[in-house]
Design a protein around this ligand. Sequence first.
Ligand code: AHG
Ligand code: MN
Ligand code: MN
Ligand code: MN
Length: 319
Amino acid sequence: MQTLSQVLKASNAPVALQDVLTTTTNTCIDICKALHKGSLAGILGVAGNENVQGEEQKKLDVISNDMLKSDLMSCPAVRAVASEEEDDIVPANTNGEYLIAFDPLDGSSNIDINAMVGTIFSIYHDQGEKPATEADFLKPGTEQAAAGYVLYGPSCMLVLSTGQGVKMFTLDPEKNEFVETQESVTVDKDTQEFAINMSNQRFWSESMQGYVNDLVAGKDGARDKNFNMRWVAAMVGDVHRILCRGGIFMYPWDSKDPTKPGKLRLMYEANPMAMLVEQAGGKAHTHTQRILDIQPEGIHQRVPVILGAANEVDKCLSY
Ligand code: AHG
Ligand code: MN
Ligand code: MN
Ligand code: MN
């Protein structure tokens, strides 16, 4: 079995991109260790402040953000970083060639119940004479040079794409390195499993309510099959399930907060996951367009997300 560094060396990824990926994933190994210490390290619970998203920060949101920020800032290939937990982008090295946007801890409401969380990252190539600005980050997801996540579950896994399919790696905790455990990931076009937070049902659009009603009704309704439902409450866990055994994941538009077009963040969640899902043969859309085609207007922009099995995403959009 090949290690991550062997796989990267054998790929045609530029050396600077390999450096960024090595730095990011090594920091994730450190985050994994911090998570394993849990209460023993006094790192559970709230940090006592709100992030720019208007969410209460957990201590581990702050700790994982600080770890990634500081390690990436000292990687010469990094030009700037943007994070769910930072108000503004953070310029690193003017000569660096890569911009990294990350969700340092996805699913942070799961931390205190010792359930699945992860780190999601999205990497863009970008060069310039002056320090990077927010405008440099506002590129559509089609331009991502790489995207991936590290899932802190029963085992620690890295799922990565550099634009040539999707690979899965498992952390060998004794050797402290990721080892390739699935060379090529594919998502079946059809599925009998969906993921959505049903408690928001009454706030969805009429068409989304109609679609989900038909999923629930299964063979007793308009569909020729029955559906099962799962919800991890961490996008990283729900997308991982889809990459492992298929399915459709939705965090659609809802009317709870008219100022927000969706809950999930385009740059830190939707774009990197859309790249992985598309690279595995699935689809990722908002209600009206392909996620990767969206021209971002701000680093913290939110979008509705419907992704997974291609035929089921099409079916959902047909409502
Ligand atoms: P984060 O913890 O990074 O803020 O992201 C949480 C997101 C996402 O991971 C998950 O799919 C969704 O919020 C869960 O939302 P609900 O609490 O509405 O189920
Ligand atoms: Mn959050
Ligand atoms: Mn998240
Ligand atoms: Mn987060």
